[in-house]
Write a protein of this length. Structure first.
Length: 366
């Protein structure tokens, strides 16, 4: 069983692992493996080359096409040799790359044989990858995939990790990338749907054509929701085609019934939102509190916006105290105490120091 890591731990693993050690990531499709690798190594100035091995039918797709090379020996005899032209992705300029071998366990056996030499010697048809290059692979995990058994000798050449990014990490990413609030609120309240399954009955009916929700799919749903205000029948059908019927039905119900207030709403439009906040139940306060921290953690505010957010945060905490919302305040303090949202805490230190001091006092009394 591979050790499980989340997004933060994956980035730390990538930073600490020497370039001559190969990494294998095990996990479902659509959880952001390639995006995270690209983002991480872009900061290091390295290009990520992704090869979808499951889609390759010939080793030439990896090692390049053969060509005939003729030369003469000392006596003038013509000598013919076969050489391989570098494939389109090969860094002929000598710049190190990150070679991401996706769908490793969906590759044909002849493709895997080529990968063996690559992982051991960093060579393809005699051509070595530039010094400092990395090899990272990903394998799909689940009964829904048509998989190839991997040779233990190949597996032994990788450090293996089960990659499972947390729901919280995805929500932070969603806020930072300005996904539709209805999608964010739905996943926050229904986290099991983030990587949901469409159900066995659909698998039997559609024989492999069923759709199930994943992180990539919810981004697609957000792209659509950002264009519409009210949901019509055609929108329901479009969303069902992206995340599956079950997830779509649950999301549509949530979006149509939702009266949720986000952290952005409260911090930027305090007076307009507080009348609705006054009617909140504890679970709604919990979602709002988490949303406040998430917004402050991931959104870059202008100086003017920081002043507004700091002022409104103070008003919100004062309101909780004045109206004796002890459980809601305890929930807010608990999130603060965990220290998960470090940037949000820095914001409080700089822009709402009295709130920061008050929360520290509450923590000391716990």
């Amino acid at each position: 069983m591979a050790v499980m890591i989340n997004t933060a731990e994956l980035k730390e693993t990538l930073s600490l692992t020497p370039t001559n050690q190969n990494i294998m990531l095990v996990g479902k499709h659509g959880i952001g493996k390639s995006e995270i690798l690209t983002e991480h190594f872009k900061k290091e100035g390295m290009k990520v080359v992704t090869l979808f091995l499951g889609q390759m039918s010939d080793p030439g797709d990896i090692i390049g096409l053969p060509s005939k090379v003729e030369s003469k020996d000392a006596e003038g005899n013509v000598i013919s040799q076969t050489d391989f032209n570098p494939p389109y992705w090969f860094p002929v300029d000598g710049t190190p790359i990150v070679l991401f071998l996706d769908e490793l366990n969906r590759a044909r056996p002849e493709i895997l044989q080529t990968v063996m030499d690559l992982t051991l010697n960093r060579k393809l048809a005699g051509k070595a990858l530039p010094e400092g290059s990395r090899v990272i692979s990903a394998v799909n995990d689940g009964d829904e995939y048509q998989l190839t058994d991997l040779d233990p000798a190949l597996v032994s050449r990788f450090n293996i990790y089960e990659f499972k990014p947390s729901v919280e990490e995805w929500l932070n990413w969603a806020v930072a990338n300005k996904l539709d609030e209805r999608v964010i609120n739905f996943i926050q309240g229904n986290p099991t749907w983030l990587d949901g399954d469409s159900g066995e009955h659909l698998k039997q009916v559609y024989r492999g054509l069923e759709k199930s929700a994943d992180r990539r799919a919810w981004k697609k749903v957000s792209d659509i929701m950002l264009k519409i205000h009210s949901i019509k029948d055609i929108h329901k059908r479009i969303i069902a085609g992206i995340v599956g019927a079950g997830a779509a039905a649950a999301f549509i119900r949530s979006a149509q019934q939702s009266d949720a207030i986000t952290g952005k709403d409260l911090l930027m439009k305090y007076d307009k939102t507080m009348k609705r906040v006054e009617k909140f139940q504890l679970h709604e306060f919990a979602m709002l509190n988490e949303s406040i921290f998430r917004y402050l953690e991931n959104v870059k505010l202008e100086d003017r916006e920081k002043k507004i957010a700091g002022k409104n945060l103070r008003q919100y905490i004062d309101w909780l105290c004045t109206n004796k919302k002890k459980e809601a305040l305890a929930n807010f303090t608990s999130i603060f105490e965990k220290g998960t949202y470090s940037e949000a805490i820095v914001f409080m230190v700089v822009n709402a120091s009295d709130v920061y001091d008050m929360l520290n006092t509450f923590v000391e009394k716990l």
